[in-house]
Design a protein around this ligand. Sequence first.
Ligand code: PGA
Length: 249
Amino acid sequence: METSKTYIIGNWKMNGDKALAERLAMAAMALPPKSHVQVVLCPPAIFMGELANLVDVTRIGLGGQDCHMQAEGAFTGDVSASMLYESGACYVLVGHSERRCGHGETNQIVAQKALQAANAELIPVICIGETAEQRKSGLANVVIEQQLAESIPEELAAGKFLLAYEPVWAIGSGQSATTDDIEAMHRHIITVVGKQKGAAANDVAVLYGGSVKAENAGEILTINGVSGVLVGGASLDPDAFSDIVAAAT
Ligand code: PGA
């Protein structure tokens, strides 16, 4: 992905209803367009089609929150990458920690999902992040290295995916990582991806996620190596999300 772009991705998780989805979509459409800022909304999959009718997808991207690791089949309750694409999505989150922890998704499953996404013309946003225990034990870099090695499919070229670094302990806790820690980890990520993808790794956008809000977005977005933010809670508040987008200058 061109790292000259700044990605502001809102992950609504399993929140809201049709009325809120509509309000958030309208608020995103009311934002003044900026050529270097890509706003992406990730609603619950069931609202995707409705949202695609409300927003101009050439301006406001839509993304799924997850997709299945297979293209199709007997997987009750699941959604495929191509279904998301057909419903208007251009992106899909894969490997979010709530999927890794709550649904037992391994790095290998995440890689398979990323591949399915790419096959369906979606841009996978591959999420990685260490737990509080891993960070306390000094294992954060090693864990991230392994997640990167195993979650990014070999077949996926550097321009075909985004990465989101989301320390698990920072998600929904109100406590984002420090700017120094974010900068150091993003540098580490870019170095590790460089070993896999060579010089093309410079084209990989690495987003930060974990308690991003209107108050800290501006500072986080100026950190070296940060190409955007993945926003959970604050993306459900139209004003807060608009302020975060406005911070991407
Ligand atoms: P948060 O969630 O902004 O509420 O911490 C981020 C995420 O889960 O992507």
